[in-house]
Design a protein around this ligand. Sequence first.
Ligand SMILES: [Zn+2]
Length: 270
Amino acid sequence: MCGAWYARADAILGVPGIHTTAVNETATGLSLHVETDQILAGCPACGVVAVGHGRRKVWLHDTPISGRPVRLLWAKRLWRCADDHCPAGAFTEEHPLAGAKTKLTARAIVWATNALERYDSTVSAVAHQLGVSWRTAWAGIEVEATRRIGRADRLAGVDALGVDEHVWTPVGFPGNRMVTGIIGQTRDKEVKMHARLLDLVPGRSGKVYADWLKEQGQEFTQGIKVATLDPFRGYANAVRDELPEAIQVVDAFHIVKLGTAMVDDVRRRV
Ligand SMILES: [Zn+2]
């Protein structure tokens, strides 16, 4: 089988243990036929060396290559236990390339979630780049994002916080439309800031922000050195009560806005 693998295409694909057997250009991008190099498998129940039981082909969407959406046709090996009395029966090979019942490769999900978390992208933008529907992209991202949010060390090292409100939905009662966004604004060793959305909480009030800060615990709030906020009084109260050690900074956008409003005011008077 080794003769049918395209070493150069494998190098571009770059997934250890996955080999390309065909590369095709399609109307929407590239399609690659792939397989693993797993030629031996043990029965998961009894450990006996399994025998081949054919293949099952699954389509997966992978990260783009040279800006083009990529689909992989993975010819998954099926195995069955050599012992007829074993309860394991037939089983499918597994590989870190993709989990069972997913339409996206594992790295495509990580790539899309990174784009949202770090590079201000949107679900529809990454869906377009992957050549999938919004729902397909979100199905993968939701699992990965939930896993990341649940990580205990997610907020470790954050020493600068920003807060601002956003209109979440244009419809509904005015009080229900707003969310408060909490942003990490920690600077690295080169004093470069890496803004990161840490959380979105329904509502827009000092209490919402204060409650969120309380929820994170003292160890977190005591580590906050700088707190950026818009001039909304409610947030300032929350910072005063929950982050007494932090230096309060009004964000540049609102400073400029207040400054121009004042200049306008004076101009109208004279
Ligand atoms: Zn078995």
